[in-house]
Design a protein around this ligand. Structure first.
Ligand code: GDP
Length: 139
């Protein structure tokens, strides 16, 4: 059985470029319901913890620097088959390889600065959602 929630962030590049509204429009038009949302900025400690799984990767320093350089929008989204459907909506990690019409194809510039995050499993969706939101902030 697949879960019905995923976690997303609109990353600093997309916020800086004024794409919050357009990205939220794509998300809701695709049938996702926003059940939690906040405008916030990751601290260095937050970003290192959130991306701990990538800590040995060569791009880790760059990733942490990017993700902390400005505000983000964090949200929990609800829809049947949420994780898989949201990954399809955002497209490949590298926008150059992302399908036409996907959020990364439309709004991202590079593999590092790729506009949005989407959880890669139901388990990580739950962990990442809890990282950003207390139970009372989820509606
Ligand atoms: P995702 O699940 O599609 O977000 O991709 P990954 O889990 O593989 O990577 C997490 C995030 O790390 C990506 O969304 C990018 O922001 C960043 N990232 C991945 N690969 C690279 C890379 O080669 N260079 C840089 N600078 N960042 C990367």
């Amino acid at each position: 059985m697949t879960g019905n929630r995923t976690f997303t962030m609109i990353k600093p590049d997309a916020v800086e470029n004024g794409h919050i509204g357009a990205i939220l429009e794509k998300i809701t038009a695709a049938g996702f319901k926003i059940v939690a949302m906040k405008y916030t900025q990751l601290s260095l400690r937050d970003a290192k913890a959130f991306y701990a799984v990538h800590s040995e990767r060569p791009f880790f320093g760059e990733l942490v620097e990017f993700m902390t350089r400005g505000p983000i929008v964090a949200a929990i989204l609800e829809k049947d088959n949420a994780v898989e459907d949201f990954r399809a909506l955002i497209g490949a990690t590298n926008p150059a390889e992302a399908a036409e019409g996907t959020i990364r194809k439309l709004f991202a510039a590079s593999i590092g600065e790729n506009a949005v995050h989407g959880s890669d499993s139901d388990e990580n969706a739950a962990i990442e959602g809890s990282f950003h939101f207390a139970g009372r902030e989820v509606y």
